[in-house]
Structures are given as C-alpha cells and as structure tokens.
Design a protein around this ligand. Structure first.
Ligand SMILES: NC(=O)c1ccc[n+]([C@@H]2O[C@H](COP(=O)([O-])OP(=O)(O)OC[C@H]3O[C@@H](n4cnc5c(N)ncnc54)[C@H](OP(=O)(O)O)[C@@H]3O)[C@@H](O)[C@H]2O)c1
Length: 327
C-alpha cells in the first residue's frame, strides 16, 4: 500500500481507504464491519470514512463498536465524519452547515463513534443559505477545541472551495484541506474540468467516492440485478436505472478483455484507474463483504500495469472528450 499526502498537509493517507455508506448497519452488523475493517487495515488502509447521515447515525455506531472491538492504536488510523443532511427534522437541523448544528453535531458523532476526536470533518454538501464564513468559523472552533484535526468539503463547487480557503486565510482560521468528490470511469468530468485548478493551485486534497459507481463497474449487473447486491436493496430504487443502463453495461463489458490481459478483475481495474490520477489522495472503497475487501485491496498492484496505451484504450471505450482527460 502506498501513502499519499492529504493535499498539502503533513498527514498521509493510504491510497485505498474504506467507507461505510450503504453497508454499515443495513448490510453489515458490528461483527461483519469489524471483519472488513480488519481486512482493510491489514492491507495497509489507515483511513475510514463515515458520515452522520449514513443509516441515520447507525453507521457511526457500528464503526464505533467495531473500532472498540479491534482495539487499534488511535494514532495508527484516521476516521472522518460529515455534516449537512442531519438526522433530525428540525428547521435548523437538516440541510444546513449553520454554526449551532455543526457544533452540536460533532458531539453526537463523537459519542456514536466512541472517539475523543475525528481526524476529518467534511461539509457533506454546500449550504447555499449559511454564509461560508459562519461555517468556516464553526469548523475552526471545532478543530481548536481538539474535536477534529482537519476539515474538508464534499461536492462543493470550485468557487465555494476557494471562497472558504480565502476567508480562512484572511481571518487566520483553519482552512479546508480536501474535497470529497465522486470519481470513477463514468463520472470524471467535474474532477478534470472544474477541480484541477483547486488541486494544482491550492494544493487541495481529494478523497474520492464511489470508485466502482456503486458496483456497476464490477460487471455484476450484466445479467440483471443480482440478489444481495446494492441494486436489490430496499430504498435504493433511484440507483437501479443507472445500474441497468444498457449503454453503460456495454462499456463495462468492453473493459473485460483489458482486465483479462492485465490478469486482474473488473473491480481491481476500476479502482486501479482511479489510483492513476496524481491528484487523488485516496480512493475510498466500499464493500458489503470481506471477500470484496480482499479483492479490492489488490488494486494497488494493478495500477502500475496501466500504461499510457492501456489508459488510452480505456478512454476510447468511455469516449472521453479531450477536456475531460487528466493531464
Ligand atoms: N461524499 C459523498 O457524498 C459520498 C457519496 C457516496 C459515497 N461516499 C463514500 O465513498 C465510499 C465508497 O462509495 P461506494 O460504496 O459507493 O463505492 P463503490 O466502490 O462505487 O461501490 C461499493 C459497492 O460495490 C460493490 N462491490 C465493491 N467491491 C466489489 C467487488 N470486488 N465485487 C463485487 N461487488 C463489489 C458492493 O456492493 P454490493 O455487494 O452490495 O453490491 C460495495 O458496497 C462510501 O462508503 C462513503 O464513505 C461519499
């Protein structure tokens, strides 16, 4: 496993990390979660991603209980959480990054995770109604109080990120240090077109999500929706259309000969492709069972095999426009 600096910070994260969205609580209990986290940790993973809103707070509870069981040295791993959607319906408690919510929210997360601090807090989405300065100041305070080490953004526009950085610089407050954007073979456009300037000019990090497009890039949906897969879960109907899109499935199928040539599986190829981007600090992987973790962790060995020629062949399959290519 290689370790990459999280943006310009001194802290380094494993190039493959592990997140709990969809899986913890709904697909994996504490025992299964601990088994998967342990497999990831043994492979070198040092960053575990979570969010307050995942399973309405239950995902943090599962991760907290698993961490307690695993008993790792606190300095040997990083944990994140995220705020925005909230877990209560109050007018000031959902879809917000207001000061009150953030400062109250972190205490709830720490309790559920059974931790004294998280390493990273993300603002899960931009909040168009709270002044960015209010959010920056609240995050600054949370860090100063020792409840978090760093903070970042998720799916903010480049303009909003730069605004937060500049406010923090002007006021001598803790700056956001990383974005959490979607990034996979189907969704690379924003990363290339919008964010690269922020990565290049501000040294902003990127911890990327849904590297296998929720499982679409594993090839498992080529014959319909398999039982026990994310596409078969209750409450994820909105995903089904994408997971069974014939045009997308044909592209995944076209990747198969490349995977065979490289002697790897489709999930490993999809993850390795994300790792090739030098602006990616870590690729946050997801899994519903431990076998997937074992398979996915081998993507690090596949990445060096992706030569410029192979990358070009992949670009041709996905009909990538010049402006969407990574430089
Ligand atoms: N910031 C944000 O807004 C945001 C949004 C989404 C995710 N995230 C973060 O990113 C993490 C990863 O996202 P993701 O879970 O969507 O990642 P993903 O890699 O796109 O999808 C993971 C899912 O694909 C299937 N899968 C993974 N490896 C497989 C394998 N080797 N063989 C067969 N199936 C496999 C599993 O689902 P099944 O087995 O159930 O089919 C697994 O849960 C999340 O846990 C979360 O921490 C952040």
């Amino acid at each position: 496993m290689e370790y990459r600096h999280l943006g310009k910070t001194g802290v380094r994260v494993s190039e493959l990390s592990f997140g709990s969205w969809v899986t913890f609580y709904d697909q994996a209990d504490v025992k299964a979660a601990a088994k998967m986290m342990s497999a990831a940790y043994d492979a070198g993973v040092n960053f575990f991603d979570n969010a307050e809103a995942y399973a309405g707070g239950k995902s943090e509870e599962v991760m907290g209980a698993a961490l307690k069981q695993l008993g790792w040295r606190r300095s040997s791993y990083l944990v994140s959480t995220k705020f925005y959607w909230g877990i209560q319906d109050g007018v000031n408690e959902k879809n917000t990054l207001n000061r009150k919510r953030l400062i109250e929210g972190i205490d709830g997360s720490l309790e559920r995770l059974q931790l004294d601090f998280v390493d990273l807090i993300y603002c899960h989405r931009p909040d168009k109604t709270t002044p960015i300065e209010e959010t920056v100041r609240a995050l600054h305070n949370i860090i100063e109080w020792g409840k978090a080490m760093y903070w970042g953004t998720s799916e903010w526009s480049a303009a909003e990120i730069v605004s937060a950085i500049e406010i923090a610089e002007r006021r001598h407050l803790h700056k956001p240090i990383t974005e959490q954007p979607v990034y996979n073979l189907f969704e690379r456009h924003r990363f290339a077109r919008e964010y690269q300037r922020v990565y290049k000019e501000y040294g902003y990090g990127s911890t990327t999500w849904s590297p296998l497009a929720s499982g679409l890039l594993t090839g498992k949906y080529s014959q319909g929706i398999p039982e026990g897969s994310r596409g078969a879960l209750k409450g994820y109907d909105w995903l089904k259309e994408e997971l069974t899109d014939n045009e997308k499935l044909a592209k995944v199928q076209a990747l198969e000969p490349i995977a065979q040539e490289l002697g790897c599986t489709l999930p490993q190829l999809g993850l390795a492709w994300c790792l090739k981007n030098p602006y990616v600090s870590t690729v946050i992987t997801g899994a519903s069972r431990v076998e997937q973790v074992h398979e996915n962790m081998k993507a690090s060995e596949v990445a060096p095999k992706l030569t410029p020629e192979i990358l070009e062949r992949i670009d041709l399959i996905f009909a990538v426009k010049k402006e969407d290519q990574d430089d």
